[in-house]
Write a protein that binds this ligand. Structure first.
Ligand code: ZN
Length: 309
C-alpha cells in the first residue's frame, strides 16, 4: 500500500510534536531536577561535592562567608527545596531552620549528616544552650570523615547504580582528610602546650580543641550567635582572659569583631584571624574548601599563638 505523502507528513509532525514535548520533560525530571542536592552549610556542600563528583549538582543554601546560625531561608530556597531530591543538614541547632521549613512536604528528602555520631557529641557547657549538643563537629577532621561516610551512604541509597563511583570518590577524599589530620597534628606539635589556648567569639572549638590538644579559653557566644551576650558575660570573658594571661583573640570570618574590640579595650591584647568555622571562605580567601579552610585555620592559630602579644 502506498501511504499518501500528506499522511506521512502528518505522522512525522505528530512524532516530532511528541518528541518535542517529551524531550524537555525527560531532561527536566530525570537529569536536572532529580540530580539537585542542597546542603545547608558550605562545609557540608564541599564534603558532598567531593563524594558525588559530577553526578549531582550540589548547592549550598548558606553561601560561603554567611553564618548558618542566623540564616533566614528565602523564597528562592523554597523553590530549590521543592526541586531537590536530597537536602543535607548538620542538625543540633545550627541549621534548625531547614527542618522547620521543609519538614511538612519534603521530609523524605532531609538527611542529617551527623546521624550516628551521637557517641562523639560534646555538650554546650553554659549559656542559653547549656546541656544541648554542640553542632561544630566538623572542626575535628576525624569526625568530618564520619560526615563523608554518611554522605557516601546517602547517595549510594539514592542512586545504587552509581554506588561504586560514590565509594571510590569517598575513599579518595577520606585519604586526603587523613593526610590533613596528620598535617594538623604535626603543625600543632610545634606550638608549646602552654600556648595552646583559644579565645574565640563563639564556643565553636570544643571538638577542635579535644582533637588537637588545645584548651578552650574564653568566648562570648555559648554557640548560638543569634543570642547576644549579656554585660555579665562580657565581665566574665574579661576576667577569664586576664586570669589565663591570653592576649591573642581570634575573629571568625562570619562574625563582626565588635565584641572582641570591647574585650581588647578592657583587657588589652590584639585581634588575629579570621578563622573559618561555620562556613568555608569566599572566593579569593584561600579557604574555599574544607581542606584549605582547616589548613588556613591551623596556620593562623599556630602562627599567631607562637608570635604572642
Ligand atoms: Zn557556629
Amino acid at each position: 500500500m502506498i501511504i499518501p505523502e500528506s499522511r506521512l507528513l502528518l505522522a512525522a509532525s505528530i512524532f516530532m510534536l511528541v518528541l518535542g514535548l517529551a524531550t524537555p520533560y525527560y531532561v527536566a525530571s530525570d537529569t536536572v531536577e532529580s540530580r539537585l542536592a542542597l546542603a545547608t552549610t558550605s562545609v557540608i556542600c564541599d564534603l558532598a561535592r567531593n563524594v558525588v563528583g559530577g553526578l549531582w549538582d550540589v548547592e549550598c543554601i548558606v553561601a560561603p562567608g554567611q553564618s548558618p546560625h542566623t540564616y533566614e531561608p528565602t523564597p528562592e530556597d523554597m523553590v530549590k527545596a521543592a526541586k531537590a531530591k536530597v537536602i543535607l543538614y548538620n542538625g543540633f541547632t545550627i541549621d534548625a531552620w531547614v527542618a522547620k521549613l521543609f519538614a511538612s512536604h519534603n521530609k523524605e528528602k532531609l538527611h542529617r549528616v551527623t546521624e550516628g555520631l551521637e557517641p562523639y557529641i560534646l555538650k554546650v557547657p553554659d549559656g542559653p544552650y547549656a546541656g544541648r549538643e554542640d553542632p561544630h563537629m566538623w572542626m575535628d577532621v576525624e569526625l568530618a570523615i564520619k560526615y563523608v561516610e554518611r554522605i557516601r551512604d546517602i547517595f549510594v541509597g539514592q542512586d545504587p547504580d552509581n554506588a561504586e563511583i560514590y565509594k571510590t570518590n569517598a575513599a579518595a577524599y577520606i585519604r586526603e582528610l587523613e593526610e590533613l589530620d596528620k598535617w594538623i597534628r604535626e603543625t600543632v606539635s610545634q606550638l608549646p602546650t602552654e600556648k595552646r589556648i583559644l579565645v574565640t567569639q563563639e564556643n565553636a572549638f570544643q571538638y577542635f580543641s579535644r582533637a588537637y590538644g588545645f584548651r578552650v579559653g574564653a568566648y562570648f557566644y555559648s554557640i548560638a550567635t543569634e543570642i547576644e551576650p549579656s554585660p555579665i558575660d562580657m565581665v566574665h570573658a574579661v576576667e577569664k582572659v586576664k586570669q589565663l594571661g591570653v592576649c591573642v583573640f581570634f575573629v571568625e570570618s562570619t562574625l563582626s569583631s565588635r565584641l572582641l574590640d570591647s574585650l581588647i579595650r578592657e583587657a588589652g591584647g590584639r585581634l588575629a584571624g579570621p578563622l573559618y568555622v561555620d562556613g568555608v571562605g569566599p572566593l579569593g580567601s584561600g579557604a574555599e574548601s574544607y581542606v584549605s579552610m582547616m589548613k588556613v585555620n591551623v596556620g593562623t592559630i599556630v602562627g599567631e599563638l607562637m608570635k604572642g602579644c
